[in-house]
Design a binder for this molecule. Structure first.
Ligand code: AMP
Ligand code: AMP
Length: 340
């Protein structure tokens, strides 16, 4: 079967997974790739077309052309990295997802309000250095790519080092536990939430600090960074799955109250740190496919429970689009700005 739309995405992040899934569900596929990435995408048989651009930030110059074609865009992390909120909103290309969610995700304050209303536990935030009563992480507003953090022991430590802070920041309780990234999919067609997979990140240099004894580190000027270079699979203790599911469910429920009736749908990820009392502390939500799902291009232990066939998040997105088309409900799974 060949479906009348091509699935298109930027050539980076989780594009291989998305396009493989789209191909397996019967869509034509299109990668928009910069020069160094072009040969890679061309080497795969499931990529039907590659559109070359000099830089990903040039993507807006292709929007006019893509709007003329029967293309559906699947956004992933690189869209957020390379396109502004305004670029996203101006685009009329059929878009998988609800763009109203972007505002709630982009602002740390709004995101906090959303997650708190969904009864998730967030790290405590301190309004001033004087309030600090435990180890904290100070995040600069401009922090990105896993750099731009300070680790502070207490109020006196903050006082001594705060002079280096010359831009806006938040002071957050430093949660000591293990990180877990939970990958969800909410289907508006079936009104069902699925946990499709989980990962932990492999981050440099923080994941190597434990390789040097603490005594040897003393006096060295090493500051941890969280620059992600890969991911590792995790399965969760089964008694904790119910709470993971509850968190996803409540996040979707509250999203319908804050960003229009469609709310959050499709793929999303809740980034957590789990403490020894088995409490999930939520760091962040990503309202789209995350790259940790790349571990599961041929399915995960969890996706196998729902689908007794290989079902990646990328393929699940294509399946939702295909089912929506067959039921004549495509607009239900696209942003309202989409011009069909
Ligand atoms: P890139 O196109 O590789 O620059 O990635 C775009 C964004 O997605 C960046 O903010 C990356 O930090 C994030 N990202 C890329 N790959 C991964 C990964 N494997 N795991 C988690 N985040 C990722
Ligand atoms: P963020 O900039 O919020 O995405 O944080 C980057 C990384 O820092 C995350 O992947 C976490 O592992 C770590 N991190 C962020 N906030 C905290 C926190 N409050 N406690 C412990 N680790 C954190």
């Amino acid at each position: 079967m060949s479906l009348p739309y091509a699935i298109a995405t930027l050539g980076s992040h989780s594009a291989l997974q998305i396009l493989k899934g789209a191909h397996d569900e019967g869509f034509k596929t299109l990668a928009i790739a910069n020069r160094p990435m072009e040969p890679l995408y061309r080497s795969f048989g499931f990529v039907d077309e590659v559109l070359g651009v000099e830089r990903y930030a040039d993507f807006p110059s292709l929007i006019g052309e893509l709007e003329q074609r029967k293309v559906i865009i699947i956004p992933h992390g690189s869209f957020v990295a390379y396109l502004s909120l305004e670029d996203h909103k101006r685009m009329r290309i059929p878009y998988f997802g609800n763009k109203a969610v972007l505002d709630w995700e982009a602002s740390r304050e709004l995101q906090r309000e959303w997650l708190t209303r969904a009864n998730l536990t967030l790290p405590r935030q301190f309004r001033s250095g004087a309030e600090i009563d435990r180890p904290v992480i100070v995040k600069l507003y401009g922090a990105h790519g896993g750099k731009g953090y300070m680790f502070i022991r207490d109020a006196a430590d903050f006082e001594a080092r705060a002079t280096r802070l010359n831009e806006a920041y938040v002071i957050q309780e430093y949660v000591i536990g293990v990180p877990l990234y939970i990958h969800y999919f909410y289907s508006p067609l079936e009104d069902r939430l699925e946990i499709l997979s989980m990962d932990r990140r492999y981050e440099t240099n923080v994941d190597s600090l434990g390789r040097i004894p603490a005594a040897a580190q003393e006096g060295m000027d090493v500051s941890p960074s969280y620059v992600v270079v890969g991911n590792q699979p995790v399965s969760l203790r089964e008694s904790m799955l119910a709470e993971a599911y509850r968190m996803g469910d409540d996040v979707v429920r509250v999203s319908r109250e804050i960003c229009g009736p469609k709310g959050l749908f499709g793929a999303f990820c809740i980034e957590t740190i789990i403490t020894p009392d088995m409490q999930f502390y939520v760091m962040e939500i990503s309202a789209r496919i995350v790259a940790g799902t790349n571990l599961f291009i041929d399915g995960s232990p969890y996706s196998y429970l729902y689908y007794s066939e290989p079902m990646s998040t990328g393929r699940r997105i294509a399946r939702e689009l295909k089912n929506a088309m067959l039921a004549d409900k495509l607009s239900l799974v696209l942003d309202d700005s989409s011009k069909l």
